[in-house]
Structure formats: C-alpha cells, structure tokens
Design a protein around this ligand. Sequence first.
Ligand code: NA7
Length: 541
Amino acid sequence: MSEGRYDAIIVGAGFSGLYALHRLRGLGLSVRVLEAGGGIGGTWYWNRYPGARCDIESVDYSYSFDDELQQEWTWSERYPAQPELQRYLEHVADRFDLRRDIQLDTHVTQARYDEVASRWLIDTQDGTSFSACYCVMATGMLSVLKRPDFPGLDDFEGEWFHTARWPQDGADLAGKRVGIVGTGSTGIQAATTIAEQAEHLFVFQRTPNYSLPAQNRPLPGEEAEAIKSNYGERRRQARESFIGVPSQLAEAAAVEATEQERAQAFETRWQQGGLNLMSAFNDLLTNAEANEHAAEFVRSKIRATVKDAAVAERLQPRGYAIGTKRLCVDTGYFEIFNRDNVSLVDVREAPIKAITPRGVRTADTEYELDVLVFATGFDAMTGALLSIDVRGRGGESLRAKWAAGQRTYLGLATAGFPNLFIVTGPGSPSVLSNMVLSIEQHVEWIADCVAHLRAGGMTSIEATQEAEDSWVAHVAQVADYTLHGAANSWYNGANIPGKPRVYMPYIGGVGEYRKICDGVAARGYEGFLLETTRETTEAAA
Ligand code: NA7
C-alpha cells in the first residue's frame, strides 16, 4: 500500500519536526511528517507527568526563527511547565499552518535507501509506505523509554505508569500510597508534585542526584516586554554561548579562588537559579578538585534543607562529579523529605527484589502501594533512531553499523546513508544544550544544504568515511578532556544494559560547534560526497 511520493519525509512532530516542515516547505518541497503520537509535541506530548517542566528558561527555550512569533507569544513563568509548552507548540502548528502536512498515529518501522532511484522508502506499522528524496529523522533524543523490568510487575494489583507515558487525562493520586522509582530529572520533578497529592509517597532512590533550585517564578509582563525589546541580542548571545543560553561563564578558575570567593560565587549562582551554578567558574567540568568544591557546596545545601540528618546523608550525591550525570533542577525537591507523608527508600542499600501484587519488595521490606510510578529514564540519543530499521547503501543496517557505538559526521549524517539527516543526533551538542536552539541550528543547516543540492542539480549528499572517522575521534577527544567519561550516565549509555559505552553528545559548546558546521557548508560541504545522476564530486576534504 503506497501513500505517495514526497520530496522529504520527516519522522517526528516535536520541536524538530515542526520546524523542519516549516523550513523545507518554505523551499517549495512537498513534505510529509509522520508522527507516532496522537498529537504533536514529541517529548512534550508524551511527558505530561505531574510537575513536568523544562530546565531551560522559557524565553530561551522557544523558537527564534520568526520575530513576530517571539513577540506575540508571552510566557507565564520563568521555566515553562509541560501544559504551557504544549500550548505553545499547538500555537506554532496553527500559526504556520503545519497540520495539513502532519500525519499522526503513524509509526515508522523501516526506512531504506534505494540507490538506483536515490530515494528513501519508508514503511509504517499500519502497512503504508512513502518515498522521498530526503529523510529527516526528527525522532528526538529522549523518546524511547526504559521499561521497568522488575520481576512480578504484571502481578501488581495497583496501577503503574512510566512518566513518559502518563495518561492523557492524568491520574488521580489523592489519598493513594504512591511509590516512585528513579530520582533523575523526571523523578525529582514528579516526586515534588506527587508529595502534595498522595497520602504517602515512597521515593525509591538508587543514586542520589545533584539538584539545583530553579528559582522558578511568574514572569511579569514588564520583564517579558523588556526581554522582547532586545530579543535579537539575547538570541545572538545564546547562539555564541556554550550551552545555548545567554549566561555568562565566569573567567576565573575555582582552584585559584579563595574559599570565600568560591562560597560567594556559588551562592550568587545558586540564587540566580537553574544551571547557572556550573558557570560560576571555568574549570568545574575539567578539574576534579574544582568540581568537588561545587559538589560540596550542593551537599551543604542539602544538609541545611533536610532536617533528618540520616535522610540528608542518604540524599547527598558522592562518588561522581557534579554535572557528569544530567544535572537536575527542582522546585522544592529536598524540602519534601521534611514532610510526614514522604519516605526515602535507599535501594542501593537494599535493592528492589520484585514487584509483588501489593507493592514493592526490597531486600529488607515490602512497601504496600496503590500506585507505582517509574521515572526510570530513556534509551537516550540513539534509541529512537535505532528503533527504526534504517538501511543505507547496499542494504547496510544502521543498527549493525552502530552496534559498537554511534558514528556520525557532525551528529547530522552518517556515512553510507545518503540524504538521511538526523536532527540533534549523537555527535552534536544536542542534550548538553538548549535543545530548541540546537534544533534550529540543525534544521537551518539541513534546509540550506537541501537548497544547495537542488540549486546545483545534485541528487544526493553523503558523509565520507574519513570525515566521519575524524569527527567521531574529535567528539571522544573533547569528552576525554572533561570529567564526563568517568560517570555512569545516559550520556554514555551506561543506563541501558548492553548498550555500548560511548559518550554521545559533543561537548565542544554550541558556539564553536555552529562555527564548525557553518565552515563545512561554506567550503562546499567539506567531508561530504555530493552526487549528481551522472557524476560525483567530492567536496574538498
Ligand atoms: P534518568 O536521568 O535516566 O533517571 C532515571 C532514574 O531511574 C535514575 O535515578 C536511575 O537510577 C533510576 N533507575 C533506573 N533503573 C532503575 C532500577 N532498576 N532500580 C532503581 N532505580 C532505577 O531519566 P529521567 O527521565 O529522570 O531524565 C532523562 C532526561 O529527560 C533528563 O535528564 C532531562 O534531559 C529530561 P541510577 O542513576 O541509574 O542509579
């Protein structure tokens, strides 16, 4: 069953897919977006658990490509909660008339490249097929969830949810005994909100996490207007920055500062809120001693917040550098452990053995529960892409190619898979950055590339093996320069049993990375093979 031919197929209708549609359609291409969900929004469609909120400020975590859009939209809070982000994306879809080219409830199962026709053939779960010259994978970095694999789960007599598949109509937790497994960004946000609803909340913690206060607050109209009046400059600073927000990385090194200077700098950044703490000094992610100063500062805050000293002790992260597991941002997380209806269960000390019909059995106790919430994370960065059977030249399987770890050129393309573009893929700053800013950068690069190909009558573009090899080596080298390599984190696949242990995002900073991508394009797509039907030209490598 064939549904038709398009110039481009985009897989996914989140922030990436929506913008890619807008941009490619603007070039005059026929485009179809295939989205597995029943609505648009991607990550923000699925992750509607209690307390779901973005850790990047709303005025930065939003599209910058259209000044009228950014002037007309007004954010209500400093950090946007999921419902507001969903409303924003619905607004964008309507404003740019995107819906007519988006097909919901359409799960892509396979994408294979037809070398003779230079086209991608795309199959979906319901048996329909598409073909397109370009295939844009806007499948998201945190889309495939890590399913709980505890024995006995099927026998649990209460209700259970994974946070990334929260019921569309919500879940009534009032008066219930709730258990939450996982204390990453999601678990911390969800636990904070659920504590206010549940009769009792048990927080099952395996690894304590560093978490910083968001200092969230309503965004007053005057403040929003002031930002809008200088939006261009704010966006420019963000594009040139390290993580894609206009914050200032201090020039001083923590190891050279006095104790008093350090305490003052950390306190100032703590009060500013969110991820600002990590910009207090320039050596926090590269020098273990500097990092330990920041880590100890956060531990001292936990001790000062949590009244029960034994609970405070268990909540303090140790043994890994702050920032090397995804840093969490919260609104009153540590405070919930001062409530009578919240208990911390240390499952590193006494691991979860099984789910029973009545609750959770750890090595030493059974906890009776009405509801179980799994905030156990995702098969990050590669999971969504590899859930599709992607086949390139000669039928080569992407799963096979990446079996020992992902291999991309710039996180945008992979050798042997012509005309396949990955938005914020592994090997790009992606999850280490303000995602919306990185998405815009990639989508614009891809659209410019497609325009270049069409203007020159070229049928395909493909990363060369040499360019890919050297980029993979560069990504690893930059990661090795930091403290990141040592931690168990989803950044390097450590959270998924059997996943290759390779650091996935590019940690060179979004400003530098943008320059590299722009340079590649300016030099005629250096490191790519550009092909016309009759001849092949290799851009200067
Ligand atoms: P994360 O950051 O991967 O956190 C998952 C949490 O679940 C983490 O605390 C894990 O502990 C815990 N976990 C996972 N499996 C188990 C088992 N079997 N037993 C006990 N605890 C377990 O996912 P999030 O959804 O919080 O965040 C993902 C990103 O989404 C986030 O960083 C933002 O970018 C948005 P562990 O640390 O492995 O000991």
